[in-house]
Design a protein around this ligand. Structure first.
Ligand SMILES: [Zn+2]
Length: 442
């Protein structure tokens, strides 16, 4: 049996020891043409043994030893070494090993892959980064009509690019700087086809969109606006609690949850509890009513109505509540155009809850996530199609099939994914929980 299974190479012999297969091979065909001028006629000019790492076999590391020759051209006089087919000469690895490392490093720690192959972790990291980039380039994610620029916290804040209509993520950027975001946006295909950009209230996103996507309308996501009303309410609630006796505090069970909930979503029992508290604590009642009224600004039919509703809301805030709701008021002033743009297009990031689930998952799974491994998982996950593409269960081969010669593929051709939108945000937590990866990386 040909242990090597690599076309263009002939196996000479195999030496096996406790940890390694040492596979000696030669090129099947002798070089006859010059690498420089392409003409026929070369003469031998020395020899050199090259050692190339290959796929691990039977639980052992494998290296291929090939004696390559140096040649001199009879025509142009230049010299050159034999080139090894199916080999990444820069890395001294077979192409199939490079591919395998990329696939493995998606699912396993770099150290375990490094140990199995017999190279350093640094090498695995470099090979993996290149693999991810190549696969990502080949995937050709469709540029969204509605682009979402969001944030996720993975050891530090990262920028997530999403397709708002398809509820998918198609890239994660290392940071949220204007330059980083603008660079990435400027590399999108057909970026002029982006009509709408939804963002949170982060100025660099607005600046990057203005610089690179001047045709697009920028909308501040509704969730990020109304969330500020909840923050204000929280400030009042916490201040109140700090002044209570322990017994009084015990009376406020689940107060945070009920106070942040919208009134129309409370059930009968919750409604009763909340009403009791609001009667006992007038400051809390005041904050609660202002929060509810603030949410109702979004009931407006048009941009002008919303603008008027905000001014009315602002004028209704009693003096003692001005401080707590000041951030919301300032945000409205600073982001007025982008907030009001919502009333023209009604675009929201409907996946915000998925994004929050994702953040909870990464927090729970812990600090083990490296940015690179996470990004690769997000970018290369095939989402709902993933399961269909997984290899089928082993099937025993029938007798009549055994004579058919197996085709040996020395190298897999990367799949080209057309018209992809990215990974469904709702599936990301599952993808991240699935398997141990990247935990040895910084
Ligand atoms: Zn030549």
């Amino acid at each position: 049996m040909d242990l090597l299974q690599l076309s263009d190479f002939d196996l000479i012999r195999v030496v096996e020891d406790d940890h390694d297969f040492h596979i000696y091979a030669r090129l099947s065909e002798e070089t006859t043409h010059c690498q420089h001028c392409g003409k026929y006629g070369v003469v031998g000019f020395g020899r050199r043994e090259q050692v190339v790492k290959d796929l691990p076999r039977l639980g052992k590391r494998s290296s291929i030893y090939v004696e390559t020759r140096r040649w001199r051209c009879k025509n142009c006089g230049k010299t050159f070494y034999d080139e090894l087919p199916h080999v990444d000469e820069k890395r001294r690895m077979t192409d199939r090993l490079v591919q395998w490392i990329g696939e493995q490093a998606l699912r396993r720690t770099n150290s375990s892959v490094a140990e199995e192959v017999g190279v350093s972790e640094g090498t695995i990291r470099l090979v993996f980064a290149e693999y991810v980039q190549q696969k990502h380039d080949a995937m050709c994610f469709a540029t969204p009509r509605w682009l979402g620029i969001d944030e996720i916290h993975l050891t530090k804040p990262r920028c997530v690019l999403t397709n708002v209509e398809k509820l998918t993520a198609f890239d994660i950027l290392e940071n949220r700087n204007k330059q980083t975001v603008a660079n990435r946006l400027s590399r999108l295909d057909h970026r002029k086809s982006i009509e709408l950009v939804t963002i949170d209230m982060w100025r660099p996103y607005r600046d990057a969109a203005a610089a690179v996507l001047p045709q697009a309308t920028v909308v501040v996501d509704k969730f990020h606006v109304v969330r500020m009303l909840n923050f204000a309410c929280e400030t009042v609630r916490k201040a109140l609690r700090a002044d209570l006796t322990p017994a009084e505090r015990r009376g406020l069970v689940n107060d945070r949850f009920l106070i942040l909930k919208r009134r129309h979503r409370l059930n009968g029992k919750e409604h009763m509890m909340l009403s009791g508290w609001l009667e006992n604590y007038p400051m809390l009642a005041m904050a609660y009513e202002i929060k509810e009224a603030g949410h109702r600004i979004y009931d407006a039919e048009t941009r002008d109505d919303a603008d008027a509703a905000f001014e009315e809301w602002r004028a209704s805030i009693p003096h003692e509540m001005k401080g707590a709701f000041g951030d919301f008021e300032r945000a409205w002033r600073n982001w007025r155009d982008e907030i009001l743009a919502y009333f023209d297009c009604r675009a929201t990031n409907a996946y915000t809850e998925s994004l929050n689930n994702l953040i909870r998952t990464t927090n729970r799974v812990g600090r083990g996530y490296s940015f690179e491994a996470l990004r690769a998982r997000v970018l290369l996950s095939e989402g709902p199609e993933k399961k269909a593409a997984a290899r089928p269960a082993f099937q025993k081969m029938l007798n009549r099939d055994r004579d058919i010669e197996m085709t040996v593929h020395s190298m897999r051709v990367p799949t080209r994914y057309e018209g992809r939108y990215g990974t469904l945000l709702s599936t990301l937590p599952e993808i991240l929980r699935d398997g141990d990866f990247g935990s040895d990386q910084s």
